[in-house]
Write a protein that binds this ligand. Structure first.
Ligand code: F6P
Length: 377
């Protein structure tokens, strides 16, 4: 008896990044050509899954997308169990399970970061066969060395720091480059080191303004009357960092859903009030040093455009491995990159977790060794 052709759904969720299309292509081509599967793509992340919006992905649809930025499927930041539908927050897991069954899917492949891994885990617990591929420019997904998107963003941020150097030098200014990364400092640290930033500020290392001032003054004494500072968007001074830890503690200790919701809102508001941190820091440094200070917020250019070769390679490697694992019936897992090895980790161990920069990471040691200040005492 011929075996039934497997039907697989794929989606991209969370913030877009370069390499998503390369991963869709890698998974899709291997699934179709090597494993004889049928593939459909859901539009706009888990929202398309809940609303049953999908497109067929055949060999033709997968052709010519390797180098294209963003995601051909669209994306969203929805949560499967708390989706806003008609102005109300709803648990869409039962609807998603129904759609999956009605479509006759054998598996669902999700491409996303830690938040999407949490969605994937919830769907996996609801009985769906789910496999996750790690993407994010933040490189903050636990269990994998790398996620596609990171290398391209690293190149873009490094190039920006290089360019900021010549103008900071010419005008004898302090230039602060704000770099994405959410609550982790990988992107700022990596591009800061590669671009030779004089000071690098990370969320994991709360900074003291007076220490940064001293570092700038020290450079001046050495005849260098300009400084380039790579600031992770989540970097905080000591006081703000303690305030954030306090707000998080209130969330953790909340004893009822009502107090938890209130504590979460208070934390969000506090975080919002710190959005212009880099601008405030520039003013503080200008006042303290007398050097003109400017801010460049790199923003979404770090996420746009064509993936670099490294991300195309990683996306193709993880995507094709994903197709092999789906064919072997292995689910409830994320595909990982560990050195040159491609492995897996249970979704349970990834969902909602964040990979922060450890204080003894080789990059941290290397930055300190070449005399880069991290703004700590
Ligand atoms: O996770 C990727 C990322 O670009 C983070 O670096 C950044 O904090 C966040 O997304 C921005 O999110 P949004 O696209 O929702 O503005």
């Amino acid at each position: 008896m011929p075996t039934k052709q497997k039907k697989i759904g794929i989606l991209t969720a969370g913030g877009d990044c370069p390499g998503l299309n390369a991963a869709i292509r890698g998974f899709g081509k291997a699934a179709i050509r090597q494993h004889g599967m049928e593939l459909i793509g859901f539009n706009d992340g888990v929202r398309g899954l809940a609303e049953n919006r999908h497109v067929p992905l055949d060999g033709r649809a997968l052709s010519g997308i390797l180098t294209v930025g963003g995601t051909i499927l669209g994306t969203s930041r929805d949560k499967v169990d708390r989706m806003i539908v008609d102005g109300e927050t709803r648990d869409m897991v039962p609807t998603i399970v129904q759609n999956y069954e009605k479509l006759g899917l054998d598996a669902l492949v999700t491409l996303g970061g830690g938040g999407t891994a949490r969605n994937a885990y919830k769907l996996s617990k609801a009985g769906l066969n789910v496999l996750h591929l790690p993407k994010t420019i933040d490189n903050d997904i636990v269990g994998t060395d790398d996620s596609f998107g990171f290398s391209t963003a690293l190149e873009i941020a490094t190039d920006a720091i290089d360019r900021l150097h010549s103008t900071a030098h010419s005008h004898h200014r302090i230039i602060l480059a704000e770099i994405m990364g959410h609550r982790a400092g990988w992107l700022a640290l990596g591009s800061g080191i590669a671009g030779g930033a004089d000071i690098i500020l990370l969320p994991e290392v709360p900074y003291h303004v007076d220490v940064i001032v001293k570092a700038v003054e020290q450079r001046r004494k050495e005849g260098l009357n300009f400084s380039v500072i790579a600031v992770a968007e989540g970097a905080r001074n000591q006081t703000d960092s303690m305030a954030m830890s306090g707000a998080q503690a209130l969330v953790n200790e909340a004893s009822s859903p009502e107090t938890k919701a209130a504590a979460k809102k208070a934390k969000r508001d506090l975080e919002r009030s710190m959005r212009d941190n880099t601008l405030k820091l520039a003013t503080q440094l200008e006042d303290a040093t007398g050097l003109e200070s400017r801010v460049t917020i790199l923003g979404y250019v770090q996420r746009g455009g064509t993936p670099c070769a490294q991300d195309r390679l990683l996306a193709t490697r993880l995507g094709t491995k994903g197709a092999e694992l789906v064919d072997a019936g292995q689910f409830g897992i994320m595909v990982t990159a560990k050195g040159t090895e491609t492995g897996t980790i249970p979704l349970k161990e990834v969902a909602g977790k964040v990979k922060y920069v450890p204080s003894d990471h080789p990059w941290v040691k290397a930055a300190r060794a070449v005399g880069t200040s991290l703004g700590d005492a």
